[in-house]
Design a protein around this ligand. Structure first.
Ligand code: LLP
Length: 427
């Protein structure tokens, strides 16, 4: 079966090697790791289950580390970008315009001008944005292809904050109330040749994602009939977004990418034919399970009720785990200072508390773990995406050293932030 998570054996092996080879120095109280061969497998797997012509534009917001972007670019993936800066980073990293999808609900005139000039694929988020693009296209000879983001209004998943296909969403044009305007737009502007949807991120079932695709699939077929009668080119770019959930906890059954792709092919067969250019924007599925983070345990506060392990990451790296702990949980492992995995029958409940100056800075509460001692290391599993990219500057902690590895070969992907760099942030 296709692996959903890294095993504790492979993490333990990499951790011991990193320790033995001096990759974790005294000041590296927190270090993030990425297993590059696991990441590579994910891209290969995507290529193998979708039609070969599909552009897999990996959501940059999940993990914008330049070395990682370079790595997945070399494997043939594209980039989904959500801001002008992400767009510029993708171009600078070597992604060509044909491999970039630009999504954002607040593109300015200047952003649009830049994107149209660069020639990247643009998903328009609103009718007002459509008017801006129409105006700019009168003076810019652009190579961009243009799609419209449509909210299929199929409902929300289990996490409201990352669901975007409910009756209301700040993203896209809603299919129910905006239907007439959408039909008009597709008949007025021949250069709109794509549709885009994204149902949500984590917490959305495969069935919910599929029903979103289904709504747009029917709509596109209807529009293409109409376009045919008026002599317009059909809509041929179909962007299914991202959103396939991953397993963070042993009891979360992973959704198979292979099953998802197969279900799309069965339910909406022409998407897998040459009638359509298929685009995907997976982020979490590509990155999260390839990474893990290790923090030194600085202190352990012992109490009759609960012990608290004081560690070096809290809401700065794990914002949503701290603020919305019911929806966001990880697996944890404890290693001693020489890198041996602690296990055993003697499990005790621990709170895992971060270093930040507010009481909600607790990564997890009441986690059953073996005896933790000062100087041990706590491994937080499945941290390869939506972690560093959501880093908070509160309390001015330096971002950690980031290490990539393939087998026994280690590489520093990004050095621990220097004090000077940190100071620079504040002006
Ligand atoms: N495409 C669009 C338009 C998106 O908004 C997103 C994620 C993706 C693709 C990638 O979705 P994925 O395959 O990674 O689920 N801050 C949140 C994550 C928000 C995701 C936002 N958009 C978190 O706490 O994890």
């Amino acid at each position: 079966m296709y692996p959903s998570n890294l095993t504790i054996e492979s993490i333990g092996k990499a951790f011991r090697l990193a320790l033995a080879n001096g990759f974790i120095r005294e000041e590296d109280t927190l270090v993030m790791f990425h297993d590059l061969s696991f990441l590579q497998e994910r891209i290969h797997h995507l290529n193998s289950v979708f039609p070969a012509s599909t552009l897999h534009a990996v959501a940059m917001k999940a993990n914008p580390l330049i070395r990682i972007l370079e790595f997945i670019h070399q494997l043939g993936a594209g980039a989904e970008v959500a801001s002008l800066a992400e767009l510029k980073i993708a171009l600078k990293t070597g992604y060509t315009a044909e491999k970039i999808i630009y999504d954002s609900p607040v593109k300015t005139w200047l952003d649009l001008e830049f994107a149209l000039t660069a020639g990247v694929h643009i998903n328009i988020d609103s009718l007002a944005e459509l008017e801006r693009v129409a105006t700019l296209k009168q003076t810019i000879d652009s190579g961009s292809t243009i799609g419209i983001r449509i909210n299929p209004q199929v409902g929300v998943g289990t996490i409201l904050e990352s669901s975007v296909a409910g009756e209301y969403s700040k993203f896209g044009i809603p299919i129910k109330t905006g239907r007439k305007e959408l039909v008009d737009a597709f008949l007025i502007y021949p250069w709109i040749t794509g549709v885009h949807l994204h149902v949500g991120s984590q917490g959305c079932s495969k069935e919910l994602l599929l029903s979103g695709i289904g709504i747009l699939y029917d709509f596109v077929n209807e529009i293409n009939e109409k376009r045919k009668t008026t002599g317009l080119q059909p809509i041929s770019i179909f962007d299914i977004g991202g959103g396939l959930p991953v397993s963070y906890k042993g009891d979360q059954i992973p959704v198979s990418m292979e099953d998802y792709a197969r279900a799309i092919a069965v339910k909406y067969p022409s998407l897998f034919t040459s009638h359509f250019s298929l685009l995907t924007e997976f982020g979490r599925w590509v990155h999260v399970n390839a990474g893990w983070t290790v923090s030194r345990v600085e202190y352990v506060k012992r109490d009759s009720g609960i012990n608290t392990a004081m560690i070096h990451a809290g809401a700065d790296l794990f914002l949503r785990e701290c603020l919305n702990p019911k929806s966001w949980q990880h697996e944890y492992s404890v290693f001693d200072k020489t890198g041996n995995l602690k296990s055993g029958k003697d499990m005790n409940p621990y709170n895992l508390a971060g270093p930040l100056c507010f009481s909600g800075d607790i990564l997890a509460r009441n986690v059953a773990l073996p005896m933790i001692e000062e100087g041990d290391y706590l491994v937080i599993h499945d941290t390869g995406g939506y972690t560093l990219s959501m880093w908070s500057r509160y309390n001015s902690r330096q971002t950690p050293r980031i290490i990539g590895y393939t087998g026994e070969v280690f590489e520093i992907l990004k050095e621990r932030e220097s004090f000077k760099e940190l100071e620079g942030f504040w002006g």
